[in-house]
Design a protein around this ligand. Structure first.
Ligand SMILES: NC(=O)c1ccc[n+]([C@@H]2O[C@H](COP(=O)([O-])OP(=O)(O)OC[C@H]3O[C@@H](n4cnc5c(N)ncnc54)[C@H](O)[C@@H]3O)[C@@H](O)[C@H]2O)c1
Length: 458
């Protein structure tokens, strides 16, 4: 069976899974008899693994973190928006288990790789997790295995880094084993776009590689979109995230100008959004956050240098977005100043430290930078986040903070409450009512009727 998309695919040769081994693997996938291995049981890997289970596959999850493996095998999810019951029911049915024993990588017929791809201190791609995983797979690679890289990375990674580590033991790609790249587009916690409704882009090293990856994903995704190569698929993901990064930078710059011109940028975006074509709203904020938008563009700018190419849009957007938390602190300082207060010695409450609403993930959250800047300027900092009861230890230090309760007394006791993340559970009327000053970086207080003079947008 072919997915709808592969019929439409124009770039990759139309015949899929032609070789006899490819046909065998295809039959295993079609009959849902293939064992699926998912490497990296994080925000991407775990939901993907559970989705394969839901569609009827048996899944073996791999992770280097033994505590995660133990939790999963005990039926516990450690990710807020993924219910433990789901993990428990699939492991109870014998359809899901996890392991940190990488010698078991010979067992799965299909392997998807969802390990981290961060930046190092110099903002250069850090591919050590991908390289380690490719080396692990290479050690046990056997005929008939399909390996798909899902981690976000620069064009060329699959063919230049992963493939050479697999292409061993006289096994040949496209004939004995199969390799593809397919970017992960999951938006954790987004109920409007559950994983299966987000079209899945796939690029195989050969036509059979692409055909098998297409076949596998079409079992869980409603639409699979084939492109001609892993490089095209890798670039697709980067284009999507660079598009967002650049547009967020643009709107952040226009926000700063609008503040000087005494225009409300939020009102402007709302009005512009009524244009039925040629405009798409992006919203300003306190800085980029999360594991993707602040990081992925730099994968491309790094790779571009190999081609004597300078990605100016990415650099400029990076500069503007890096400045955003500084701008928020500047606005807090000015707002306190207008009330004859200095930032030094003031009690500042940060509302929301997760990088986006209603998740418990604070990777690269702009709140971290804002807190750092406030502490450097001798403010006393407190925070509240219903999803993050204790501020975790960070690479750069330990703030030793615990989420404060938002009682009327506590709100009255702080000099300024700063809305960094607009969690839907917040009672903004209550916050504004009891605070002396509210700096709102998300336009979260737009529907608050009383006390508007206490609100400063930033
Ligand atoms: N989180 C998102 O919203 C999102 C969206 C799209 C794409 N991505 C991309 O997906 C990839 C994974 O991101 P994530 O958010 O799931 O990361 P994560 O940190 O939540 O999960 C990664 C997991 O991999 C494990 N791991 C690390 N090294 C390993 C190794 N060598 N072998 C096996 N497991 C290992 C970690 O212990 C962790 O559990 C990244 O490339 C990211 O850019 C993430």
């Amino acid at each position: 069976m072919q997915s709808k998309s592969s019929k439409k695919a124009n770039a990759q040769p139309k015949t899929s899974t032609r070789g006899s081994l490819a046909r065998k693997v295809g039959a295993l996938i079609d009959g849902k008899k293939a064992l699926v291995g998912v490497i990296g049981m994080g925000y991407v890997g775990l939901p993907l693994a559970l989705e394969f289970c839901r569609s009827g596959f048996r899944v073996l999850g791999f992770d280097t973190d033994q505590t995660k493996v133990d939790a999963l095998n005990a039926g516990r999810s450690y990710i807020g928006h993924i219910p433990s019951e789901k993990v428990k029911s699939f492991s109870g049915e014998g359809r899901f288990s996890a392991t940190s024993d990488f010698s078991r990588l010979a067992e799965p017929d299909c392997i998807t790789v969802c390990v981290p791809t961060p930046l190092n201190e110099q903002k250069e791609p850090d591919l050590k997790y991908v390289a380690q995983t490719a080396s692990d797979i290479g050690k046990t690679l056997r005929r008939g295995q399909l390996v798909i890289l899902e981690s976000t990375t620069y064009p060329g990674t699959t063919e230049e880094l992963v493939l050479p580590m697999l292409d061993r033991n006289r096994l040949s790609v496209g004939r004995d084993f199969f390799v593809a790249y397919s970017p992960e587009r999951e938006d954790p916690g987004n109920r409007k776009f559950p994983i299966e409704k987000i079209p899945k882009v796939v690029g195989g090293v050969t036509a059979d590689c692409g055909g098998l990856a297409d076949k596998l994903y079409s079992k869980i995704f409603q639409r699979v979109v084939r492109v001609s190569s892993p490089r095209a698929a890798e670039m697709t993901k980067l284009l999507e995230n660079i598009f967002r990064c650049v547009n967020i930078a643009l709107v952040n710059e226009l926000k700063m100008l609008s503040e000087r011109m005494e225009i409300d940028i939020w009102e402007v975006i709302e009005a512009a959004s009524t244009k039925p074509f040629g405009f798409m709203p992006f919203y300003p904020g306190p800085g980029l956050g999360g594991h993707c938008i602040p990081i992925d563009p730099f994968y491309l700018s790094w790779k571009a240098k190999e081609y004597d190419f300078h990605t100016r849009f990415i650099e400029l957007a990076g500069e503007l977005n890096t400045a955003a938390p500084y701008h928020v602190v500047q606005r807090i300082t000015e707002a306190l100043n207008a009330r004859k207060k200095t930032l030094s010695g003031s009690r500042i409450l940060i509302l929301g430290v997760a990088y986006k609403p209603d998740v418990d993930d604070m990777r690269e959250s702009p709140a971290i930078k804002i807190i750092e800047l406030l502490l450097e300027r001798s403010a006393s900092v407190y925070y509240n986040d219903p999803h993050i009861p204790k501020f975790p230890k960070l690479r750069k230090g330990d703030f030793r903070l615990k989420s404060a309760e938002l009682t009327a007394e506590f709100l009255k006791s702080v000099d300024c409450a700063v809305i960094v993340t607009n969690h839907s559970g917040y009672d903004y009327d209550h916050i504004v009512k009891h605070s002396k000053l509210v700096v709102d970086t998300r336009n979260a207080t737009r529907n608050v009727k009383n006390g508007r003079s206490k609100i400063i947008k930033a």
